[in-house]
Design a protein around this ligand. Structure first.
Ligand code: ZN
Ligand code: ZN
Length: 175
């Protein structure tokens, strides 16, 4: 398997490099920073001030070709899905693509002091979680497993970046 991370819209390049290295450390497969795109205007919902996750997923899905590749779009804008006020990320299992938003993962979003390492840790967990979905994994009951559903950042901070002993074999089988 190979993983490509794409910056969609304005995303800090040094953050992309950090995330690439951290995701590589979890999956032990090549992770590259692929060619993203800048213009998010077509998925911008002006009244909400947010971006529609499924539309962004579609725009990545049309570009992905390789079967053994997983593509994760990284955005630094707020995402939503119909019926939900926001989403941290979303995966398209059929096409092997996913999307992750960085905007609510920073302490400063909540008026707190910035913590760079915590932010990168949260983003890594979100990316690994969504890649897990593209590999066919569902949510895991183990609250320490990266596939545990995060209702909020407290759940994200409690869980680890790795797959638990139940999810791990399922994932390796799919690689
Ligand atoms: Zn999930
Ligand atoms: Zn698990």
């Amino acid at each position: 398997m190979r993983i490509a991370l794409l910056a969609l819209g304005d995303v800090d390049g040094s953050v992309m490099v950090e995330l690439r290295d951290r995701v590589e450390g979890v999956f032990h497969c090549p992770v590259e920073i692929g060619e993203g795109f800048d213009d998010l205007a077509s998925v911008h919902d002006l009244p909400r001030g947010q971006y529609l996750a499924s539309k962004l997923l579609d725009s990545i899905a049309v570009r992905k070709v390789e079967r053994d590749e997983r593509v994760v779009g990284i955005v630094d804008v707020d995402l939503y899905a119909p019926g939900l006020s926001f989403v941290f990320g979303e995966a398209d299992v059929l096409h092997g693509v996913a999307i992750v938003s960085l905007s609510r993962l920073r302490q400063e979003y909540y008026g707190l002091t910035p913590e760079e390492n915590l932010f990168l840790e949260r983003a890594t967990k979100e990316i690994v979680h969504e890649v897990g979905h593209t590999l066919g994994l569902g949510h895991c009951a183990n609250s320490r497993c990266v596939m545990h559903f995060s209702n909020g950042l407290a759940d994200t901070d409690w869980k680890g970046v790795n797959f638990c002993f139940n999810c791990c074999p399922k994932m390796e089988f799919l690689l």
